[in-house]
Design a protein around this ligand. Sequence first.
Ligand SMILES: *[C@@H]1O[C@H](CO)[C@@H](O)[C@H](O)[C@H]1NC(C)=O
Ligand SMILES: *[C@@H]1O[C@H](CO)[C@@H](O)[C@H](O)[C@H]1NC(C)=O
Ligand SMILES: *[C@@H]1O[C@H](CO)[C@@H](O)[C@H](O)[C@H]1NC(C)=O
Ligand SMILES: *[C@@H]1O[C@H](CO)[C@@H](O)[C@H](O)[C@H]1NC(C)=O
Ligand SMILES: *[C@@H]1O[C@H](CO)[C@@H](O)[C@H](O)[C@H]1NC(C)=O
Length: 545
Amino acid sequence: MEVKSMMNTATTLMIGLVFIMISVVAAEDPYRFFEWHVTYGNISPLGVEQQGILINGKFPGPDIYSVTNDNLIINVFNQLDEPFLISWSGIENLRNSFQDGVYGTTCPIPPGKNYTYALHVKDQIGSFYYFPSLGFHKAAGGFGGIRISTRPLIPVPFPPPADDYTVLIGDWYKTNHKDLRAKLDNGGKLPLPDGILINGRSSGATIITFEPGKTYRLRISNVGLQNSLNFRIQNHAMKLVEVEGRHTLQNVFSSLDVHLGQSYSVLVTADQPAKDYYIVVSSRFTPKVLTTTGVLHYSNYSGPVSGLIQAAPTLLSWSFNQARAIRTNLTANGPRPNPQGSFHYGMINITRTIRLANSAGQIEGKQRYAVNSASFYPADTPLKLADYFKIDGVYEPGSISDTPIKGGLFPATSVMQVDYRAFVEVVFENWEASVQSWHLDGYSFFVVGMELGKWSPASRKAYNLNDAVSRCTVQVYPKSWTAIYISLDNVGMWNLRSESWERQYLGQQLYMRVYTNSTSLRDEYLIPKNALLCGRATGRHTALL
Ligand SMILES: *[C@@H]1O[C@H](CO)[C@@H](O)[C@H](O)[C@H]1NC(C)=O
Ligand SMILES: *[C@@H]1O[C@H](CO)[C@@H](O)[C@H](O)[C@H]1NC(C)=O
Ligand SMILES: *[C@@H]1O[C@H](CO)[C@@H](O)[C@H](O)[C@H]1NC(C)=O
Ligand SMILES: *[C@@H]1O[C@H](CO)[C@@H](O)[C@H](O)[C@H]1NC(C)=O
Ligand SMILES: *[C@@H]1O[C@H](CO)[C@@H](O)[C@H](O)[C@H]1NC(C)=O
């Protein structure tokens, strides 16, 4: 007993030493500090006053500006009447799923309390966003843009734009988030959204001002709840340059499908006669098309916006073609000075294939959604903390199958165990008639294939093993499949979820437990010193850290 506890102390000291060394290394990267106060406030984005969630008084919340490898220290004060968490879509939180801000990894911030996130945007560039992850708060706001710029001296594959705009688009309800949540809790489904917002505003607002002749970057993210959206600007072409941290082949599009949770950077040149132009956003793959417009203003024009509002494409083949045209520029730099094509993902052997099918159904008379028939219910304790403190019985690894199974939906706290450093193929199979959007936290993955119909091993012949785009959120078209490759290089508990907020809330999600038996801090960090503890982890001491 004595000897064992001494050994433990010695191990702890050694771990402590390594931790300090790692901290010193990380300390070379710059720090940026943020203090965020989350409150309710009155907003009326669709002309009707409603209660929104504001960050430092703003709706949408403030943008985070950062540079590759920055440490972002964000102290979030929850001044709402409900537990609250923010999650960071696309921020990989390398070795540190504790900071992910979803209920499977992080205890909610109680009302009146605060929690300081420490994010390290290690080896990342690009356009992302943050959002509130609990309790359907996303329906009330609390989201904002995140941009990670390339470090100075690393060439970017396009000239610096004259200005750079965050454009957050998303469908919206006039209904309070608590009422929407109650509808789902009571077994119902959500109605159609009431409208679409661009940067928190509806039709007619001026979103962007252009000076004639100059070129601008727009970072477009779909932060909505239910609908894929099409984005276009009257008479202006958009040159795609970046998708969720990847520099792309610079294809020109007249409109862009942005599925739930996705982010795109485009360059737009003010090369048209000085006038005001419509920015149009409309829902895709919906029986009833919702549309909103904003205004692109030319600085030397002072008249009304006019002209035709161009319709969105409607053919599924158009969408497939656009998706396949979104590819990596292999010679362009990413976050490092070496070209993005230097990682030859197409030459790595697959160690495991995981097939995931979404479905809808009922459990005990209530609407639910599932992955391989397992409908996710949260546990009483964050899964990551159960792992960390070795609390048994919170979840069962293997509670979800690797392949679609027949039969009805069943409740599960779905956790799929995968090995650290494995290279896996995941096939999303959508047998439903609605478009799906999937997001994986902690990672970006290669989108190797996307086709109409059922997937079979023969489908692999059509995979793009050369210049597929690497991203963190991907669509699966109705009655179609999408295949991705993931290099599992980030230990932790990572949420894989539907970005349809009704679907993820009602069970279409799971956690991937990327596991190693190594306890080295080179593989995974210790729990943060300031971690909030809850559920069965309440009172577990972190004093030795
Ligand atoms: C809450 O904020 C205070 C500073 O106002 C800070 O010292 C403390 O560490 C924060 N708490 C957590 C859990 O991060
Ligand atoms: C706006 O500026 C452009 C470029 O300088 C010029 O060609 C155009 O005539 C101007 N238009 C107006 C309405 O002032
Ligand atoms: C790819 O990036 C390089 C910069 O490294 C650029 O010169 C080239 O035009 C880009 N190619 C395409 C097709 O976008
Ligand atoms: C991949 O698998 C093939 C066949 O099993 C084998 O010949 C090859 O060496 C493997 N490649 C790598 C990089 O491991
Ligand atoms: C981890 O597992 C491997 C293979 O089972 C074993 O060889 C290794 O010693 C284990 N490492 C630790 C740190 O337990």
